[in-house]
Design a protein around this ligand. Structure first.
Ligand code: ATP
Ligand code: MG
Length: 567
């Protein structure tokens, strides 16, 4: 392709809202353009990269035995009511009515659609197992769309759904996808970690996330170098401290703590450590109230609370001072004793003896409070995990690292097949719910993650197999011998199926160099002063080292590289 004919609107500056490399460079390189918040157009260079990323995913999915289909973004409300998610999914679901007042949504994910499809098309064990996937546009009305393609309101996902006869089949399908994802992200040259994950709005039992390692990632990975435990912070657990586990239970006492509301104030006033005091947080979970206990030096993890309560994230909010008063307590002095609401206790707190908590009365706390004697509660793992907390498996200090969630796999089991009646007839003629899994890759987010891991001060450095083109030919002045030589190399490379751009634009050489460094074409050939001798300058974008080569040498080098690395 000749650059003069292409739509490559590069920019010197990115808009102010662009603060991470992928957002800045994809816009500056003329690959994407924003339409409205969280919604982007792909321009010619961008769509070429997108197609290459999609094709790598497609090849590996096909290779795994999965079959591609394409379903609509428009989904009828009725199917979402069957699964119970029309209510539960909350404000992220983009809902609308047609002219007959029938309600629909734009799919944020496709469990309902695929379950309904297979329910209607597959009746017998003879047609199982199946794994069906698509690469398709999803819609989520994210609270804060940001970081360009990272968190869009419209984005492209590869989603797959497996249907098996039993759990053994599901485990095999899951393992197959786990390994397929490893192959996909390795082919995409991403440095990533696989972590245990929360199942969120999708539901199900077991789940893993694939995290591209990056400082700008919105996820926090908690991991252990010693035993290879790794989990997303929403799922991560740590070793419970044995602090105050073995004390004898002392008699309950009420103590005067005037105006001492925070953990720090109370512990300072009573001359104890913050670990002796237990934090009681009150939340409204839909219409009911619940209090949550964690040790004074820990934080409550809201996702873990939602999971314990089996509710969605948007259904949990902090209770107001007024609400706390209506419950018969006082803000700053809340505790679990005599509270007539559900009490959730972090498992570490449940092991502690003689804790200090609010007395539900202004200016008073209880000391020597003991579970099952002074209060009752349901025990879960509810606290945040941080670096240097101890590994739940091997007790070594945990580490943390930022990551971008590029994919997630779930064992759904019969969550959707039960509620939606997706059954099959087994060999004995008995109707049995299919056992399902689902498997997502954020295709556009993965593309952005590649840029996060492959860029420098000048711009993007695409790996060869996803680059919009393999090589660019840059004549310093596109005339006379330079033009002749550039044209000749261009045609020779095209004949050898190398994806090549010829920069025939009538602009200064400096502008050309800057543009191609920004766009990130992996190899470039500069045709300049020594064109008449048949000598050109070659460089890899990845190291920016220029070397002089003859035309034959440069063509051999490029063809060899493309043959080896373009897959
Ligand atoms: P997140 O926690 O980042 O909101 P999620 O866990 O809700 O994501 P899934 O339902 O697991 O997302 O969707 C599968 C994949 O789709 C994710 O692993 C991610 O790569 C991608 N994805 C999810 N939401 C977005 C979004 N708003 N923009 C771009 N990609 C997204
Ligand atoms: Mg996810």
């Amino acid at each position: 392709m000749k650059a003069s004919k292409m739509l490559i609107p590069t920019l010197k500056e990115a808009p102010n809202e662009a603060i991470i490399a992928s957002h800045i460079y994809l816009i500056r390189a003329g690959m994407i353009r924003k339409l409205v918040a969280g919604v982007y157009n792909f321009l010619p260079l961008g769509i070429r990269v997108l197609h290459k990323v999609e094709n790598i995913i497609r090849e590996e999915m096909d290779q795994s035995g999965a079959q591609e289909i394409l379903s609509s973004a428009i989904q009828p409300k009725e199917l979402w009511e069957l699964s119970g998610r029309w209510q539960k999914y909350g404000p992220e679901l983009m809902r609308f009515k047609d002219r007959h007042d029938r309600e629909f949504c734009l799919g944020p994910t496709h469990e309902e659609i695929f379950t309904d499809l297979i329910k209607n098309e597959v009746k017998s064990y003879k047609n199982l197992p199946l794994n069906i996937y698509q690469i398709q546009t999803k819609y989520r009305d994210e609270l804060r769309p940001r970081f360009g393609l990272m968190r869009g309101r419209e984005f492209i996902m590869k989603d797959a759904y497996s249907f098996d006869m039993d759990e053994k089949g599901l485990n095999e399908a899951y393992q197959n996808m786990y390994e397929t994802y490893q192959r996909i992200f390795t082919r995409l040259h991403l440095k990533y970690k696989i972590v245990l994950a929360d199942t969120g709005a999708i539901g199900g039992s077991e789940s893993h996330q694939f995290m591209a390692l990056s400082e700008v990632g919105e996820s926090n990975i908690i991991y252990c170098d010693h035993c290879h435990y790794a989990a997303d912070e929403e799922k991560a657990e740590s070793w419970d401290s044995d602090y105050k586990n073995n004390e004898a239970e002392l008699p309950l006492e009420k103590v005067y703590t005037p105006n001492q509301k925070t953990i720090e104030e109370v512990s300072h006033y009573l001359n104890v450590s913050t670990q002796d005091v237990v934090k009681t947080m009150v939340y409204k979970a839909n219409e009911a109230y619940v209090c949550v206990l964690v040790r004074g030096d820990r934080e409550v993890n809201l996702i873990k609370v939602c999971n314990a309560l089996q509710i969605a994230e948007h259904e949990l909010v902090l209770a107001s001072k007024e609400e706390i008063e209506k419950l018969g307590s006082v803000d700053g002095f809340v505790g679990p004793c005599h509270m007539k609401i559900r009490v959730l206790v972090d498992q570490e707190v449940a092991k502690m003896k003689n804790i200090i908590v609010g007395a539900n009365q202004k200016d008073y706390h209880f000391v020597n409070v003991n579970i099952n004697r002074d209060y009752n509660g349901e025990i879960f793992f509810l606290r945040d995990c941080k670096e240097n907390d101890l590994c739940p498996i091997c007790k070594q200090p945990l580490k943390s690292q930022r990551g971008i969630e590029i994919g997630q796999i779930f064992k759904l089991k019969t969550k959707y097949s039960d509620s939606m009646g997706c059954t099959y007839l087994n060999e004995e003629g008995k109707n049995i719910p299919m056992v399902m899994g689902c498997y997502g890759i954020g295709v556009t987010r993965t593309l952005a993650s590649i840029v996060e891991q492959y860029h420098d001060e000048q711009g993007i450095i695409w790996p060869l197999n996803v680059a919009p083109y393999h090589v660019v030919i840059i004549p310093i002045r596109y005339q006379n011998e330079q033009q002749e030589l550039a044209d000749s190399i261009y045609h020779q490379l095209q004949e050898k199926h190398v994806e090549v751009i010829l920069d025939d634009r009538n602009v200064q050489a400096g502008v050309k160099f800057k543009d191609w460094d920004l766009i990130g074409i992996p190899m470039s050939i500069t045709v300049g002063k020594r064109a008449s001798e048949g000598i050109v300058e070659f460089k890899f974008r990845s190291d920016n080292q220029k070397q002089e080569l003859t035309v034959d040498e440069v063509i051999d080098l490029i063809v060899d590289k493309v043959n080896k690395e373009s897959r």
